[in-house]
Design a protein around this ligand. Structure first.
Ligand SMILES: *Cc1c(COP(=O)(O)O)cnc(C)c1O
Length: 470
C-alpha cells in the first residue's frame, strides 16, 4: 500500500515514510491510494477475533513495511486489558430504544484519543529504533491532546516530549494528570499566557527550519495518518458487538471536532463495513454541521469560536476534513487543491457545486448540532432513565444519535470521554460528583514536575536545546 497527497501528484510513499510526518510537502493530507474492500468471508472471520488481532487484520492491509510478527506484537502490547480496563477494549453499553454507547475512553487519560495515541507511541518507538533516530515532540495543549500524547510517549526510547500549556488555566485535574508524570523524557512547560500563546510559540519554533532540523522537532497532531488508521478498528469492533450477522446494518453517531474520529468511520464504510449512516454531532461550533446541511464550508475566526461545555469540540476549522472532501469530489487532487489551497485561504470559505454536494448522501453522512442546554438535558435524561452517566461530548453525540435513530437499526453512539473529566458540567446537569477511576484518586496531591516560562519562543528554544539530548 502506498500513500498519496490529497493535493497533488507527488511520489507515492510507504507507511513508515509518512508515519512521523504531518502535512504532505504540497500542503495536502496523506491517504492510501485505495481503500481495501473487505469481502463477506473476511468479515465473518474478523467477527471471531479479539481486539488486538482485529487491529492486526485491519492495519496489515495498510502497512506493508513492518514485518507481520512485529506489527502483531506491537498491537498486542498496545491493546491490553491492563491499559484499557476490559478485555473487549471498546465494550458496548445498551441504552433504551436500540441505542448503544461504545466506550472508547477507558484508557489512561479517560478520552478516546488514547486508543490511537497509545499505538502511535509504540509505532514511533519502533520506527525511531529502526532508523537510529531521535524525535523531540513539540506540542501545545489546553488539556486533552497533550495528556494523551504524554501518556503514550512516557518512557519510550528515542522520544522526548516538550508540551506547552497555559499556566494556571487548565483544570486542576488536567494539570495534575500531566504535571505528576515523573518520566525524564516528559517536559511540561507552563507558559505565562493563554492557549493561543502556546500555539504561536509552537508555530514560531516549527517555522525555524534550521532549528527544527538540528533538534529533530516533530509533532503528534490530529492529521497523522496512523492515528486515523488506529481509529478505523473500533468501528469494526462496535459493529461486531451490536450485531449477530454480517447482513445487518448499523448507524454510528460521532461527537466531532477536527473530523478525525468520524473520518475513520468513513474509511471503515468505504472498506465495506455495513454502516448505513454516519451521524456527525457538533456543538455550538457548528462549522461541520453547517457544511453537511448546506454544502458551504465556512471556517470561523477566533472571535467566532465559542468556549463551550464540550471543549474538545470547540474548533474553528476541521483539520481532517480535506480527506473526506478529496473522496467526495472523486479523489480529484486538482479540485481539492482549488478548494483548500486557494478558495479557503483567500475567502475563508468555499461552496461545493450542486453535483458534488449531492454525493454526501452516498457516503452515509447526516448531521446535527447540540447546545449547552441540550447537553445538560441529555446527561440528565440518560442518568434518570438508564443510570448511565455520560460526559458532555458523548451527550452531544447521543442527542444527535437519537434524532436519527430508526427502529430495527442499532445506533452506536461513540463515547469519547468519561464524565470524571468534566465534573463541573455533570454537577450542573444532575447535581452529582462523577466518580474517578481508582488510579486517579488524589492525583492533585502528587508531586508536580513542570517549568514555568514566559510566552517567548526564544526562551522555549533555549530550553529545548538544553534538554533535548541524553
Ligand atoms: C478530540 C475529541 C473530540 C473530537 O474528535 P475529532 O476527531 O477531533 O473529531 C470529541 N470528544 C472528545 C472528548 C475529544 O477529546
Amino acid at each position: 500500500m502506498r500513500y498519496i497527497s490529497t493535493r497533488g501528484p507527488g511520489t507515492p510513499r510507504s507507511f513508515s515514510e509518512i508515519l512521523l510526518e504531518g502535512l504532505a510537502p504540497d500542503g495536502g493530507l496523506y491517504l492510501p491510494q485505495t481503500y481495501p474492500r473487505i469481502d463477506a468471508p473476511t468479515l465473518a472471520h474478523w467477527r471471531k477475533l479479539d481486539y488486538a488481532d482485529l487491529a492486526f487484520e485491519v492495519l496489515s492491509l495498510y502497512i506493508d513495511d513492518i514485518a507481520a510478527p512485529q506489527l502483531r506484537a506491537l498491537l498486542r502490547k498496545t491493546y491490553t486489558e491492563q491499559v484499557f480496563g476490559s478485555a473487549q477494549i471498546v465494550p458496548l453499553k445498551t441504552l433504551q430504544g436500540g441505542v448503544f454507547l461504545q466506550a472508547l475512553s477507558n484508557g489512561p487519560t479517560l478520552a478516546f484519543k488514547d486508543i490511537a495515541m497509545q499505538l502511535l507511541g509504540n509505532l514511533f518507538e519502533h520506527e525511531l529504533a529502526r532508523r537510529s533516530e531521535v524525535l523531540n515532540v513539540l506540542g501545545a495543549t489546553s488539556g486533552d491532546t497533550g495528556s494523551a500524547a504524554e501518556y503514550a510517549l512516557r518512557g519510550k526510547g528515542g522520544v522526548r516530549v516538550f508540551m506547552l500549556s497555559p499556566h494556571g488555566r487548565m483544570s486542576p485535574f488536567q494539570q495534575a494528570q500531566m504535571f505528576s508524570l515523573q518520566d525524564p523524557n516528559i517536559h511540561n512547560i507552563a507558559i505565562d499566557g493563554v492557549f493561543d500563546d502556546c500555539q504561536d510559540i509552537v508555530k514560531t519554533v516549527s517555522q525555524d527550519l534550521e532549528f527544527k532540523r538540528a533538534h529533530h522537532i516533530g509533532s503528534v497532531n490530529s492529521i497523522n495518518w496512523a492515528r486515523l488508521l488506529a481509529q478505523v478498528v473500533y468501528y469494526f469492533a462496535g459493529y461486531f458487538q451490536a450485531t449477530r450477522s454480517d447482513t445487518e446494518v448499523v448507524d454510528f453517531a460521532v461527537p466531532s471536532g477536527n473530523f478525525g474520529n468520524i473520518c475513520a468511520g468513513h474509511i471503515a464504510r468505504c472498506m465495506g463495513l455495513p454502516i448505513r449512516r454516519l451521524a456527525l454531532a457538533s456543538n455550538e461550533n457548528d462549522v461541520l454541521d453547517e457544511f453537511f446541511r448546506t454544502g458551504t464550508y465556512r471556517v470561523r475566526g477566533a472571535g467566532q469560536t465559542h468556549a463551550t461545555s464540550s471543549p474538545s469540540m470547540d474548533i474553528s476549522k476541521a483539520s481532517n476534513f480535506e480527506r473526506f472532501i478529496f473522496d467526495l469530489v472523486g479523489r480529484d487532487a486538482q479540485r481539492t487543491r482549488e478548494l483548500f489551497g486557494s478558495a479557503l485561504p483567500r475567502r475563508g470559505e468555499f461552496a461545493l457545486e450542486h453535483d458534488e454536494f449531492k454525493r454526501v448522501g452516498d457516503f452515509g453522512f447526516v448531521s446535527a448540532s447540540s447546545t449547552h442546554a441540550q447537553r445538560l438535558a441529555t446527561i440528565a435524561q440518560t442518568w434518570k432513565r438508564s443510570r448511565v452517566m455520560i460526559d458532555p461530548h458523548t451527550a452531544d453525540g447521543l442527542k444527535v444519535g437519537r434524532e436519527f435513530a430508526q427502529s430495527g437499526v442499532p445506533m452506536i453512539v461513540l463515547e469519547t470521554a468519561l464524565p470524571a473529566k468534566f465534573a463541573d458540567t455533570i454537577r450542573e446537569a444532575i447535581g452529582i460528583e462523577p466518580q474517578r477511576p481508582a488510579a486517579l484518586l488524589g492525583i492533585e496531591q502528587l508531586p508536580m514536575r513542570f517549568k514555568v516560562m514566559p510566552a517567548d519562543a526564544q526562551a522555549v528554544k533555549r530550553y529545548i536545546a538544553q534538554n533535548c539530548r541524553p
